[in-house]
Design a protein around this ligand. Sequence first.
Ligand code: ZN
Length: 176
Amino acid sequence: MRYCSNCGSDKIEFKIPADDNLKRYVCPDCGSIFYTNPNLIVGTVCIKNEEVLLCKRNIEPRFGKWTLPAGFMENAETLQEGALRETLEEAKLQVSDVKLFTILSVPHIIQIYTFFTGKVVNDDFGPTPESSEVELFKFDDIPWSELAFPTVIKTLKLFLEHGDVKVINETLKPRV
Ligand code: ZN
C-alpha cells in the first residue's frame, strides 16, 4: 500500500498502532489505520448419481485445471448464498439439499475455504466465461493430477472418506 485511500498521503507506514499488537498500514497524516483480513472462498460439492460436478478453469490462476465451483464471497451475502451464487456463475448449476461440509483454514495464504454439499438440480448446467467445461465425474474417474488447488483435493478426499454426514474443520499447511 503506497497511498492513503482516505487523504491521498504518500507517507503510509507499516507499524504497530497504539493499543494494538500487529503491524498495520497507518497514515500519519490523517490517522487512518488500514486492516487487512483473510479472504473467504465459498463453493460446492455437487453430486448426482454417485458423480461429482467439476469445472475446468477458463481463467488464471491454474487455467485449464479442474476445480469445484467456488469463489470469493461478496459483501452482504451469507456463506451459503455465496457458494450457490458461485456455482451458478461458474457452472450454470442450481443446487438442492445444501449442507455445510468443510471449513478449511489456510493461514499461510491468508484464505479460508468453506464448501457446501448439495444435489444437482438442473441438467442444463454447462460452460461459462469462467469454466471452459463443466462435467460430472464418477468418483473413480476424478482427475486427481489435474485438480487446481490443494483445498479442492482435500475437500474431495474428505467427501469420499466421510460423505456429508458431518462438518469438517481442518487447517491446511504449506506443501513442503
Ligand atoms: Zn491519510
